[in-house]
Design a protein around this ligand. Sequence first.
Ligand code: HEC
Ligand code: HEC
Ligand code: HEC
Ligand code: HEC
Length: 182
Amino acid sequence: MRKYLLVVLTAIALIGVGHAGKKEFKYVGVKACKSCHSSKSRGNQYGIWLKVPHHNAYKVLATPEAKETARKMGVTGDPQKSPKCLKCHTTAYGVDKKYIASTFKIEDGVQCEACHGPGSAYKKYSVMKKLYQGKLNPADYGLVMPTEKTCKRCHNEECANYKTFNFEEFYKKIAHPIPKKG
Ligand code: HEC
Ligand code: HEC
Ligand code: HEC
Ligand code: HEC
């Protein structure tokens, strides 16, 4: 009898976790996108990201220029440890550790998920395909299709190195479209 009860309770607990887990998306890191998004036929989004400054945003905080920027902003100590810099120069800063998967690396700077949202649920092939075809609701899987507003979270006057942000102009420099199939 006790054993039976335990089984039932465990089952309830598991269902509970599974249910709650559905909306708890984790940040998995850029390497988890690389496997599918580095092929030429899909548009090589990973390769494009490697060529734009976003991939280097954390590493740049270790340069003499970053020390100078920090000084101008009145920030003391190591910029790679300061929340005042990390919040824009990394991905998922300030997010509870339970939403960060072990594959995630802070060193990869402003990664896919900084703009597209935590990928643990949407990175599955069948899900991605259906999202792309408009058969699933992106929000149910944590997927964000970024807009100008997404960029301005980081592209604003707060950084002493801020350059006037023009969406059209800046977007052209990072664009990574899926090629249209003929
Ligand atoms: C298992 C393969 C796979 C992985 C892993 C994967 N994707 Fe995708 N992704 C796809 C496929 C397939 C499509 C649909 C387009 C296509 O067929 O090329 C797609 C489409 C997308 C789209 C366009 C969605 C839309 O509605 O237009 C975005 C954005 C995207 N992926 C981001 C990511 C990010 C960010 C990651 C990592 C967190 C990731 N993907 C991981 C396979 C994958
Ligand atoms: C509000 C978001 C934000 C904060 C906070 C922020 N940065 Fe930045 N930082 C940016 C953006 C965006 C750029 C790219 C320049 C641009 O286009 O405005 C940048 C550029 C830089 C650059 C120049 C990079 C290069 O390749 O030339 C350095 C260095 C830098 N930031 C250091 C820092 C340091 C140090 C701190 C903390 C004291 C900091 N930033 C805080 C958003 C931010
Ligand atoms: C700085 C923000 C940013 C980062 C970082 C970023 N993206 Fe995007 N991504 C966008 C924007 C903006 C769009 C266009 C959204 C739209 O068309 O509505 C987009 C669109 C896409 C699309 C759909 C393209 C199409 O033609 O439909 C895919 C796939 C994609 N991103 C994958 C990735 C992957 C994989 C990474 C990381 C290697 C990544 N993105 C990193 C901002 C970003
Ligand atoms: C999480 C913060 C963050 C978000 C969101 C973000 N960026 Fe950035 N962006 C940065 C940082 C930090 C840099 C500077 C990195 C470096 O130089 O090492 C940068 C640099 C750039 C650069 C290079 C600027 C230059 O002067 O060469 C472009 C272009 C750019 N971002 C476009 C965009 C666009 C377009 C979006 C929105 C679709 C976007 N970014 C969203 C943080 C962000």
